[in-house]
Design a protein. Structure first.
Length: 66
């Protein structure tokens, strides 16, 4: 129903959700599934993956602009 009432709002939400799902899918493809069990280990594992991802993105943009 939201699509018919406010199309732009629905599309904005859809694209945010689509971008997020795409990111998570590519992230899992690149780094694999999380195999840790303890919450602290999971947090450390995910944090390290995010840092590596951001480092790769920065290196990519530096090469383009360099």
């Amino acid at each position: 129903m939201d699509l018919f009432v406010d199309v732009m709002s629905w599309l904005t939400e859809y694209h945010i959700r689509s971008h997020s799902e795409s990111f998570h899918s590519s992230f899992k493809t690149k780094y694999g599934m999380i195999t840790k069990r303890r919450i602290s280990s999971i947090l450390a594992h995910v944090t390290a993956r995010i840092i590596l991802h951001n480092r790769r993105r920065l290196a990519y943009f530096n090469r383009i602009n360099g």
